[in-house]
Write a protein that binds this ligand. Structure first.
Ligand code: AMP
Ligand code: MG
Length: 506
């Protein structure tokens, strides 16, 4: 491995650099009421399962450090760099639409923030160890995470970054042979994740429902000062904050819809104040298209189904607006701030859908073309990712070459009828196939983290073979690229995968 000057960094040097990591403590500068200081609980004989060089580079960690004992020990929480000041934050939230009261980091421990010069202001990323042992907020939980869920969070965080979707990042996963009890005994793991801030909508709700307006103001001022400094000059910075968070949330969810991502647990305690995808649990990517699809099998009512995500995002912004009411003062001002959500979501989704269809202009009848497409995808339960990727290959003058697309449909006549409309629409803007294909391949990923791909990697990792996690990471870091040697990662899921179920128990 080379540093920026092109000099080789030896493993011992890289390991020593981990021990000298210079954490700052922006979050810990808040008053004591916001968190509990505590130490991670060590895990016996930790080993590295996976690490992301791209994520590491953001905080100046050389990949040469990954293989060192210092790296595994530090990011399991067994050994703290001197500058770390570990803590668990308190927050509350609405879970499945019901006020759940106090929650908090029940198994995530913050070490502080590291300089990340290439990221947007504040040019720093907080480092959290998820699964590092119990905290005062663990309630009945053991404070641990299992290897399975940690690998899923790791891969999906980096996959979302590859897709250009705002997300917390994942530095690494470490494992230990220590068992933790879930439905069956599983081995413990720690996922190290990074974000400019892990503050959630529920962090604000916490102070609102506890009738602590002073702390509410301290939190809002901290968020504005550190994460949204440009809002300081706004006429009412709290209104501006709410509006900006609503706007970012709307855009995030438009991106989720466009790529077929389902979060699975959009509780307000999992909603990032920065509009990041946060707290990966029973998430999934749409395969056989069904707008009602529920990726979290404990969500029986389908509150967090694919089709519900946009309005749940809106609902969550209302919960944040309610919490900010004491600072904003007027209900009407809260409503005005939130009014941005719906139009911004629609405009963002519309633009993303146009890009997915390779359309560079917007015409009055496009909504009918797009709605028509989603209804035939629904009727034939067509694979979402494969369809859009293959649509880029459609040749305007040659319907005889449509087989790879029409074969995805049970009702092929329905596809043929839609394709006639699509070709007419392309002709209306004088679309050129080669240029359209290039643009569509930059909008429609070839590779997404299908549940079965994660499952294969997890089952190997459970047998201590971590190679598949690394391969999958490499594929998902470049989801828009053709990777001929990895063609099979873009294939339809095998039959056995239709029985996979994912729940919150992780
Ligand atoms: P989630 O639905 O995974 O976002 O978690 C909701 C709350 O439960 C958060 O406060 C978590 O920190 C906490 N939690 C989840 N799993 C555990 C666990 N194994 N031990 C302790 N707390 C947990
Ligand atoms: Mg959570």
């Amino acid at each position: 491995m080379n540093d920026s000057a092109g000099l080789a960094v030896s493993a011992p040097d890289a390991g020593a650099a981990i021990e000298r990591l210079a954490f700052s403590q922006a979050f810990a500068a808040l008053p004591d009421a916001f968190y509990t200081r505590l130490q991670p609980t060590p895990l016996p004989q930790p080993y590295l399962v996976a690490a992301s060089s791209a994520a590491a580079a953001l905080v100046g960690i050389d990949a040469a450090a990954f293989a060192t004992p210092a790296f595994a020990e530090t990011f399991t929480g067994n050994r703290m760099p001197a500058s770390a000041a570990s803590l668990a934050a308190v927050y509350s939230g609405h879970q499945f639409g019901v006020w759940a009261g106090q929650l908090g980091d029940g198994r995530a421990i913050l070490l502080g923030d590291l300089a990340a010069p290439a990221t947007p202001a504040p040019h720093a990323l907080e480092i959290q160890l998820k699964g590092a042992g119990p905290t005062p907020y663990s309630r009945m939980g053991d404070g641990r995470a299992v290897l399975r869920s940690s690998i899923r969070e790791f891969l999906c965080s980096e996959a979302m970054a590859g897709l250009g979707i705002a997300t917390s990042r994942a530095l690494c996963v470490t494992g230990s042979d220590q068992l933790v009890m879930r439905e069956t005994p599983e081995t413990a793991a720690v996922a190290t994740r990074m974000a400019p801030s892990f503050i959630r909508f529920g962090s604000f709700e916490h102070w609102y429902y506890n009738e602590r307006p002073q702390e509410l103001k301290i939190l809002a001022d901290h968020v504005i000062e550190r994460l949204y400094p440009h809002l300081r000059e706004a006429a009412d910075p709290y209104v501006a904050l709410l509006s900006e968070v609503a706007r970012r949330t709307a855009y995030l969810i438009a991106q989720w819809q466009a790529v077929g991502f389902m979060h699975g647990v959009m509780n307000t305690d999992n909603m990032s104040i920065l509009g990041l995808t946060l707290d990966y649990g029973p998430f999934g990517f749409m395969e056989a298209y069904d707008a009602r699809h529920i990726c979290n099998h404990t969500d029986q009512g389908g509150r967090y189904s694919y089709a519900m995500q946009p309005q749940i995002g809106h609902w969550n912004c209302f919960a944040l607006g309610q919490a900010l009411l004491p600072l904003i003062g007027e209900v009407a001002a809260v409503q005005d701030a939130l009014a941005v959500y719906q139009p911004h979501f629609q405009a963002s989704l519309g633009a993303l859908q146009h890009a997915k269809l390779g359309l560079s202009s917007v015409l009055a009848d496009d909504a009918a073309l797009i709605d028509g497409l989603f209804s035939i995808l629904q009727a034939s339960h067509v694979d979402f990712t494969l369809f859009f990727r293959r649509l880029g290959d459609l040749r305007q003058g040659d319907p005889g070459t449509d087989a790879p697309l029409r074969d995805l449909f049970i009702d092929r006549a329905a596809f043929d009828a839609w394709a006639v409309q699509y070709r007419l629409r392309l002709a209306q803007e004088n679309s050129v196939d080669a240029a359209r294909r290039l643009a569509m391949n930059a909008a429609n990923p070839k590779y997404v983290l299908r549940n079965y791909l994660a499952q294969v990697a997890i089952e190997k990792a459970q047998k201590k073979d971590f190679t598949e996690v690394a391969t999958l990471l490499a594929v998902l870091e470049k989801p828009f690229d053709e990777q001929p040697e990895h063609e099979h990662y873009a294939a339809l899921p095998p039959d056995w995968a239709s029985h996979l179920e994912v729940s919150c128990s992780s």
